[in-house]
Ligand binder design. Structure first.
Ligand code: ADP
Length: 614
């Protein structure tokens, strides 16, 4: 029983197509028919040739059955069955087994019909046409040359042969149709079950998606909060440190304070990188194109990198094509970030030699160019094998030899993402121990076709001018002034931050009230008029935005029109736009520098409150 199940299971296994299973049914049935056929042939005594014929037929069927199941995908076995039976076996049987008065006519009809079940339409048409010609040919030959036909003994045998053929063909077709119906029903049931499974899977996927979305929202808000939470203490650290740098004259302490300043800024750029990365990952990073002056971007990068390069005794060269349009339209902040990332790496990974920033361009059309930024160093280089990991997030190369160089492995990944978001490309050429060249190409719109000129010339002119008017060197304020008659209100729930602002603005002699909450701020604004309010955003119970609106709505309002500046650790992209939309006069992000605070006073205090130094 078990053997039979296995035997039949093999011929009807699931991976076989319906047509294939049908071939098995047909061949199996034909083989079954052969056995009684052989017995009948022996009993009615059509002679040895008849018996041999039946044996050959049985052998032929067995070999096709083997081929079909050995090579299930091949179309050859069905075609062999159809042609072999119709075009060879049946015509021979016609003459060998008694002619048209016997069951052979039924078999030939059977052969024609089952051809359509077995093979494709084209092959079926061809085989059936030949079959028709052969069948009528047999009839005509029999009529003209009856001596070629080996007739059965008598009329009774012919009736018996025809009846047997009728019964078997009926049984075979019955089996075929039954099996086909059964197979379709089975397939339909399986499809329905699959459908059900798919629907269930879909539901589960939708649920998982919703969970993922809420997890991603939680992650974004966690990162935003974390960035805020980290920026708040850094604000205090860097603010107080700035006071030390400003007021202390002990060279040792100044050195320590400088280290605190550099570590604090490093921490800050790390927080910014993580924030940028998470925004890019969640698809929330947006570009903010503006009109900008390319020279100013180059100048900022030059100022930020120059000292770092000098500290390592590296030559820092900035060169450019003097015909680049001076004013472009694009995301200035991100372009600066890309150049800064490449320059910071070049300085970080170069022990001696030089770092070269070259800016060139290619014209696209009258309104747009491709900006070509290239940063070349003579540093440690990157092996060919490591170059493929270069832009992977959090991946640092040669961690062991680079362990003394700080980094997160995020800079290049962010750089590439920004470049791609702007429709640009980034390429790297490098030779181990010789140096690397990173080249970024970004399409930019041209805002004004005036040309930029040579960076070096402009830099020299600028420093001569600034030397002449004696203004701004590193650490010095833009313009010296005091404002002893101005009154400002600073609102922040962290006492240390209030202290930082108080100390950073100490030299301006401005009168200052400090409020540690939204409520306290409302109390002050009811009592006094202020020339300026510096407002923190995230505070418990009443946040800065609510406090700001409530000041504007105060019935007894002394400060309904007082310019209010958001002074906050919320450094997310779009924060500035959000505060301006709410009605704030401007926005300063923490950690705040004294120069920015003083510039803010100069901008927003009434002119008559400012006493400029002679
Ligand atoms: P990291 O914060 O580690 O510098 P990056 O994403 O900026 O992260 O760079 C990834 C890795 O690529 C670095 O760890 C460093 O091994 C390699 N790399 C980047 N720039 C250079 C360069 N100019 N020269 C040699 N190696 C570099």
């Amino acid at each position: 029983m078990k053997f039979l199940k296995k035997f039949f299971g093999y011929f009807f296994r699931d991976e076989l197509s319906i047509r294939h299973k049908l071939v098995n049914v047909i061949l199996g049935s034909a083989l079954l028919v052969q056995i009684p056929g052989i017995i009948v042939t022996i009993v009615v005594g059509t002679g040895l040739s008849g018996v041999i014929m039946q044996f050959v037929m049985a052998l032929f069927i067995c070999s096709i059955l083997f081929m079909t199941n050995r090579y299930p995908d091949s179309p050859v076995p069905p075609i062999i069955i159809a042609t072999g039976a119709n075009l060879i076996a049946f015509p021979i049987m016609y003459f060998a087994c008694g002619g048209y008065a016997t069951g052979i006519v039924i078999w030939m009809l059977f052969g024609s019909i089952f051809t359509w079940l077995l093979v494709g339409v084209r092959a079926s048409i061809i085989i059936s046409a030949i079959n028709f010609v052969l069948f009528t040919g047999c009839l005509h030959i029999e009529k003209a040359y009856p001596q070629y036909v080996k007739y059965l003994e008598n009329r009774n045998d012919e009736i018996m042969d025809t009846s047997i053929a009728f019964v078997f063909v009926t049984v075979i077709f019955g089996l075929i149709f039954k099996y086909q119906t059964f197979a379709y029903e089975k397939q339909a049931k399986a499809l329905k079950e699959n459908d059900e499974k798919l629907r269930k899977l879909n539901d589960e996927l939708a649920e998982a998606n919703a969970r993922l979305e809420s997890a991603s929202a939680a992650k974004s808000s966690f990162l935003a909060n974390m960035s805020h939470e980290i920026r708040t203490p850094i604000n205090a650290v860097l603010g107080m440190d700035e006071m030390i740098l400003r007021e202390c004259s002990d060279s040792h302490i100044l050195e320590y304070a400088n280290d605190i300043d550099s570590a604090g800024h490093q921490l800050l750029s790390l927080v910014n990188d993580i924030l940028d990365f998470s925004k890019i990952e969640s698809g929330k990073m947006e570009l903010h194109p503006v009109e900008y002056e390319l020279f100013s971007v180059m100048n900022d990068c030059y100022n930020m990198i120059y000292m770092r390069a000098k500290r390592k005794d590296l030559t820092f060269i900035v060169e450019n094509d003097e015909n680049i349009p001076a004013f472009l339209y694009g995301d200035e902040v991100r372009i600066r970030q890309i150049i800064m990332n490449l320059l910071t790496n070049a300085v970080k990974y170069t022990k001696d030699g030089s770092v070269r920033l070259s800016i060139g361009y290619e014209r696209i059309d009258n309104d747009s160019i491709r900006l070509v930024i290239s940063v070349k160093d003579t540093g440690i280089g990157i092996s060919e094998e490591n170059r493929k990991y270069l832009f992977d997030s959090f991946k640092r190369i040669d961690e062991r030899s680079n362990r003394n160089i700080e980094g997160t492995g995020l800079g290049l990944s962010i750089t590439r993402k920004f470049t791609e978001m702007m429709g640009g490309t980034i390429e790297v050429e490098s030779e181990l121990y010789e140096g690397s060249t990173f080249t970024v190409t970004i399409p930019q719109k041209v805002a004004d076709n005036a040309t930029i000129g040579r960076f070096d010339d402009r830099l020299n002119r600028k420093s001569e001018n600034s030397a002449e008017d004696g203004s701004r060197k590193k650490g010095e304020k833009i313009e010296k002034f005091t404002a002893p008659h101005a009154r400002i209100l600073v609102v922040d729930d962290v006492k240390m931050n209030l202290n930082v602002v108080r100390l950073l603005l100490k030299n301006t002699l401005v009168q200052m009230d400090l409020a540690a909450s939204g409520e306290e701020c409302l109390k002050y604004t009811r009592m006094k008029h202020y020339d300026l309010i510096l407002m923190d955003h995230m505070m418990p119970i009443m946040d800065g935005i609510e406090a700001f609106h409530r000041i504007r709505e105060q019935a007894d309002g002394l400060n309904c029109d007082t310019p209010t500046v958001a002074l906050t650790a919320n450094a997310l992209v779009g924060a500035q736009e959000m505060y301006l939309e709410e009605g704030f006069a401007s926005y300063l992000s923490k950690p705040v520098k004294s120069a920015d605070l003083e510039a803010c006073l100069l901008r927003h205090l009434p002119e008559d409150r400012i006493v400029r130094d002679e």
